[in-house]
Design a protein around this ligand. Structure first.
Ligand code: GTP
Length: 347
């Protein structure tokens, strides 16, 4: 079975981090999430991928090529205009088989695919939607299911006492080719708002099955942070790169940490990082590959992408830094989210 990864959206809620790159390429645990997703699906036996791209497609195409570097086969469906989640599937039609998996590539998850597939085969519907239970369903499209798991309707953003369940669309689907007949070509179509309700109204079987494992829609900067804290706390058990120097402190290869640096768990530090004397890193810090951190720097609750440079005596708390960012000496930054390649210096 092929997997179609929807990776063409603009990622507006994660700006400025997505100013010049697709959201699914944002690193999670120091590797692009899309790469982590491909490797997770590969571990589930999926070897053939189609990536539906539109926004900075070459960032994805250059990273993955034909997929052979990752031991998989990847083809691309590039949209002429933004076609929405269903329009992107329709656009990829020539590359898809009779039955295929579709994933929103910005959903952070490690769900096993086999139970979803077995459920889909047993129920024989046109579509099976992976569902996830949320604490507060009021900001989602909630599903109402019958006892067999058939979806009767979606209720958009219900009041708490009116929610028919706490199960929402997890952005993972198994679809039969016949679904494509219900998607018009050449215009923007949303699978959540248009195609699934249409399929249900037409009597085609649309089923829902709760997925297992970790799940988070990384869509916003706050949720992107939360994914990382869950990763460091190991409630999200994505394998971490590097060696665990002591409990909760993971350090990559060729990284040089001066002797009086304090690494306060949980912390993840990438490859080829240098950290100068007297710095305190953590708790809750993710430092990307190739970063250089000066002396006397304090970093907490911060995610730094690759190749950032932080000068001496800077104090960073609650920040997210895009790749290649440079911070001048003695800067105090709280809750700053800065895009890649920027320079923060005194005038
Ligand atoms: P926001 O602008 O912040 O809403 O983000 P988004 O549109 O990138 O993401 P959204 O959560 O709305 O979409 C879910 C997934 O579908 C993401 O992985 C998007 O990349 C992808 N997606 C959304 N719209 C399109 C589209 O028109 N084409 C393609 N190929 N993918 C899309």
């Amino acid at each position: 079975m092929k997997a179609l990864l929807l990776a063409g959206g603009l990622g507006t809620r994660m700006r400025p981090l997505t100013e010049s790159m697709p959201k699914p390429m944002a690193p999670v645990g120091n590797r692009p999430w899309l790469e982590q997703l491909v490797l997770h699906l590969k571990s589930q036996g999926i070897r053939e991928f189609v990536m539906a791209v539109k926004y900075f497609p070459d960032r994805i195409q250059k990273h993955f090529g034909d997929g052979s570097r990752f031991g998989v086969r990847i083809r691309y469906a590039v949209e002429p205009i933004l076609l929405g989640t269903a329009g992107a599937i329709k656009n990829a039609e020539p590359l898809l088989g009779d039955r295929f998996l579709v994933l929103n590539a910005d959903i952070i998850q490690n769900a096993p695919i086999e139970p979803l597939l077995r459920f889909h085969e047993a129920h024989g519907g046109a579509a099976t939607i992976g569902l996830v239970a949320v604490d507060d369903p009021t900001s989602y499209g909630v599903v109402e299911l019958d006892a067999s798991g058939r979806i009767l309707r979606f209720v958009e953003k219900p009041a708490k006492h009116e929610a028919p369940s706490n199960l929402v669309n997890a952005g993972i689907y198994i679809l039969e080719k016949e679904v494509l007949r219900h998607i018009p070509s050449g215009r923007e179509v949303s699978i959540e708002r248009e195609t699934f309700p249409l399929l249900i109204a037409s009597g085609a079987g649309v089923y829902g099955k709760a997925i297992e494992g970790y799940w988070m829609d990384m869509g916003t900067r706050d949720r992107y942070r939360k994914v990382h804290w869950d990763l460091l706390d190991r409630t999200f058990r994505l394998p971490l790169q590097g060696k665990e120097w002591k409990k909760g402190v993971w350090v990559g290869e060729h990284t040089v940490v001066s002797s009086d640096v304090s690494l306060v768990p949980p912390v993840l530090i990438g490859d080829r990082v240098r950290i100068g004397e007297g710095s305190v890193i953590g708790p809750y810090a993710v430092i990307g590959d190739g970063c250089e951190i000066g002396r006397g720097v304090r970093v907490t609750e911060t995610i730094m992408w690759n190749d950032c440079r932080v000068s001496d005596d800077a104090y960073l708390k609650g920040c997210i830094f895009g790749a290649g960012l440079q911070i001048g000496p003695r800067h105090f930054l709280y809750d700053a989210v800065v895009s890649r390649g920027a320079e923060v210096r005194p005038e």
